[in-house]
Design a protein around this ligand. Sequence first.
Ligand SMILES: Cc1ncc(COP(=O)(O)O)c(C=O)c1O
Length: 429
Amino acid sequence: MLDCLQLLHFHIGSQIPSTDLLQEGVYEAAQIYSELVRLGANMKVIDIGGSLGIDYDGSKSGNSDLSVSYGLEEYASAVVNAIRVICDRKSIKHPIICSESGRAIVSHNSILIFEAMDAAAPKIPAINQVNIPFIMEGLSEDARADYCNLSEAAMRHDNETCLFYADQLKQRCVEQFKEGTLGIEQLGAVDGLFDLVTKMIGASEPVRTYLVNLSVFSSIADSWSIGQVFSIVPIHRLDEKPTVKGVMSDLTCDSDGKIDKFIGGLTSLPLHELDNGSGGGGGSANGRYFLGMFLGGAYQEALGGFHNLFGGSSVVTVLQSDGPQSFAVTRTMHGSSCADVLRMMQHEPELMFDTLKHRAEEFCGFDVAALSGSIARSFHNMPYLELASSCSLTALNNGGFYYCNEEDYNAALVESGASEEEQWSYCIA
Ligand SMILES: Cc1ncc(COP(=O)(O)O)c(C=O)c1O
């Protein structure tokens, strides 16, 4: 059988940061290859698997997982040279070399676009709003001493000591609260005092939490699972200077459904104030604010599951074209509807719909047709937040239409002549 063996395949890992590390692995594999030849195998091919890394943070350094210190040419030379050295030393024929680079090929080919729906800013009280006598009322001796030390440090403009005592005071108050010796109002007031101190000495700038219309687990799985940092930037208002800092919180109920690590070691991202009433900033795009996550490649969507019952996002295929815009949208694919996701979880959405409809008929004295239409729409819609004005998406390639606007939806059903049963397949891409 040994003469049937022709190929040696290996994979030393993904995103190898330097050619030294790469060569080490390839030398070892080339030795195995040459030994197989010596033992009589009819060897022809070495497949080096993946490992060609990409420069996520633009630093071109081999010191972290976020970048690589080599280019494509250097990668190829390192592989070819390592194999050649070993083969020449053993006087064996040079093999055909194959590679199967994953992320280096696909990463640049997809962008995840998502909308920031709202932004919450921490409420920091003005100095005259902090009720010091009220705070002092319930404090322990040690906490009072912290407050006195904090005041003295503030008089001396000793910021570091201020921060130390403010933090210690806060911790002591949390302990007192847990023991039941401090009320929630006083704890809240101490919290406000701490935020005020950190803001006044410039130790931390208030960071907003942007509520983004996605599930980190479904669309940026590596961010949650292995702490992969991706390039995330606003794709709107690029002619305006970002004036606030923000982190991102997704729609799921998990506390780790968030993004607070960004390229460059940043723990918040420079962003624009939202123009939807929550932030008060100006801007374009009818007040809507979209961000892009770059270099996700094909892996993120493939890894993403149905965690918290959020399915895959909608996909638009964009190709280069010779037209005036230089691009063409060639295909759209609607993401999973609530019914799709329920079906994936082994539920029966049609049955659920019928049951709900019958219950509505049984118990509601008002317009049951409108109610069941509304229930049907919630099954057909995606589990993500949809603005009434934005969720009509025309599929370019298959002539299908996707609706959540009531009139559009009903008109389309009439036009399509779809029966109630057919409505299920009608709205699913
Ligand atoms: C066998 C094999 N080949 C290729 C790849 C692609 O790796 P990369 O994305 O680092 O190029 C992988 C990824 O794990 C793999 O397991």
